[in-house]
Design a protein around this ligand. Structure first.
Ligand code: ASP
Ligand code: MG
Length: 467
């Protein structure tokens, strides 16, 4: 049993959906369950629609809704399915969405719960198109309702899955379809509470749905089909020399996802990690039939990174990737009272907690604490509050660079290699992560391209394979 998730660009039009069908056909004998995102851009459009409705822009909302409906109908027609039951299903869904938007206009209120109800339509309708594409390719496919399977808590817009319930529901809803030889198709990102009220898992949540389902069904593997060749050693827009990572561990992938690698949603890997199910990131535009092979395509994420050194005399051999988080601010907090005092750290973190401002990186000395935050809106207020007991300075336009690699902890010389590669680039803060699988640095945001390029050249020399 296999869970195959196709992202927005892998279902965005008839050509993409035909590729999806060809890929699923290739895996047919492995009993695939197909999870699809909304068509690329559809979720953004739905959020806009909800906002337009809220602000009484009913005409704009209606026009924009009609456009979204037309787009879906056009894809269906391009797949040769213009007149059948799919058309009726799409029309019914968009009619219900229209009602919902009129309701939002009428009450001029948009609760998180209602917002979830609106954005869920992207993933409620995309499975209809995917099912049709599969049927057109001669594959028996059945849509399943994700809201009957992905049971969640009531945190609308960022709901958490309830594992035991999902395991029961997935068995009840999907196993009979699989047993009958059918291919279940369902929307990612969406779920429902125990009482059946629709929820969503947060932006990018379809990856998470796939991992949740993979874990619930104890899949042999989870395939995340996207529009790039896999996870990369660096952001290719910053560093053209970036290349595909063949294998990476769950812990490394999660660490790099948190610090800016956009391919996977950071929470995605947790359910797969707990059940030790391999996750593949694969390119739907670059499909190689047969079992995936990391030597040829994609990135394989497993419990242990095979191939790369766990311990090495060569620092290069231990780094999986370089990620960056741009445009953060650094706050320096200095107090002589910190000397030999207790409770100082607590006082600092109480301020950040009171402003609900997450802190990314910290480094401390005897009398000072430096930390970074991504959300700069609250900085003046935070500095004010900290200023009551310490000297405070803050500066924006900084970036965090993060080298991730599980073998770093046992390998001397990694930091030295980092410093020598960076040369004259000024390092503002350094932290070796508690996980011992990352080294993070804060530099000027403007220095990011230079710095990444130099580090990449040092840690991923052109001749070596990126595994
Ligand atoms: N469609 C949702 C989004 O754009 C979920 C996903 O694609 O993963 O965030
Ligand atoms: Mg995504």
């Amino acid at each position: 049993m296999l869970v195959m998730k196709f992202g927005g660009t892998s279902v965005q039009d008839a050509a993409a959906l035909r590729r999806l069908a060809a890929i699923v056909a290739d895996r047919r004998r492995e009993s695939p369950v197909v999870v699809v995102s909304a068509l690329a851009g559809a979720t953004d459009r739905l959020i806009e629609l909800a906002t337009l409705a809220l602000h009484g822009q009913g005409d704009f909302a209606a026009a924009s809704l009609a456009e979204l409906r037309e787009r879906h109908l056009r894809v269906l027609a391009d797949l040769g399915g213009g007149a059948g039951r799919e058309r009726e299903e799409l029309n019914a869904a968009f009619a219900a969405l229209g009602e919902l938007l009129r309701g939002i206009s009428a009450v001029a209120e948009l609760t998180p719960r209602t917002r979830d109800a609106v954005v869920a339509y992207g993933e409620r309708v995309s499975p209809i198109l995917a099912r049709h594409a599969l049927a057109a390719a001669g594959l028996p496919a059945t849509t399943a309702d994700a809201r009957r399977i992905i049971i969640t808590d009531e945190r609308f817009t960022a709901a958490q899955p309830l594992e035991a319930e999902i395991q029961r529901a997935a068995a009840a809803e999907l196993q009979p379809l699989l047993a009958a030889g059918s291919i279940p198709v369902l929307g990612g990102f969406i779920g429902a509470t125990r009482r059946g009220v629709g929820t969503t898992l947060g932006r990018g949540g379809s990856d998470f749905s796939a991992a949740i389902l993979g874990a619930a069904l104890e899949a042999e593997r989870i395939e995340i089909w996207t529009d790039v060749d896999g996870m990369l050693t660096a952001d290719p827009r910053i560093c053209p020399a970036a290349r595909r990572i063949q294998r990476i561990s769950f812990a490394e992938a999660a660490e790099s996802a948190y610090f800016g690698a956009k391919v996977l949603h950071p929470a995605t890997l947790l359910p797969a990690m707990r059940k030790n199910i391999p996750v593949w990131v694969l390119n739907s535009r670059n499909f190689h039939p047969g079992p995936p092979d990391p030597a040829v395509t994609g990135t394989l994420i497993t419990a242990r990174q095979a191939g790369r050194a766990q311990r090495s005399t060569d620092p290069c051999a231990t780094v999986a990737c370089i990620s960056s988080k741009r445009n953060v601010a650094v706050i320096d907090i200095v107090s002589t009272r910190m000397l030999l005092a207790h409770g100082f750290m607590k006082a600092i973190f109480d301020v950040f907690a009171a402003h609900q401002c997450p802190v990314d990186m910290i480094s401390t000395s005897e009398v000072s604490v430096s930390l970074t935050v991504a959300d700069t809106a609250q900085l003046p207020a935070i500095a004010d509050a900290l200023g009551r007991f310490a000297e405070v300075r803050y500066e924006g336009r900084k970036a965090i660079l993060c080298l991730v690699g599980g073998g770093m902890r046992n390998t001397p010389g990694v930091a030295a290699a980092v410093f020598s590669a960076l040369g004259d680039i000024n390092i503002r803060m350094i932290s070796q992560g508690a996980s011992e699988m990352n080294i993070s640095l804060v530099i000027e945001d403007d220095d990011v391209p230079r710095a990444v390029e130099r580090l990449h050249a040092r840690f991923f020399p052109a001749a070596a394979a990126a595994d």
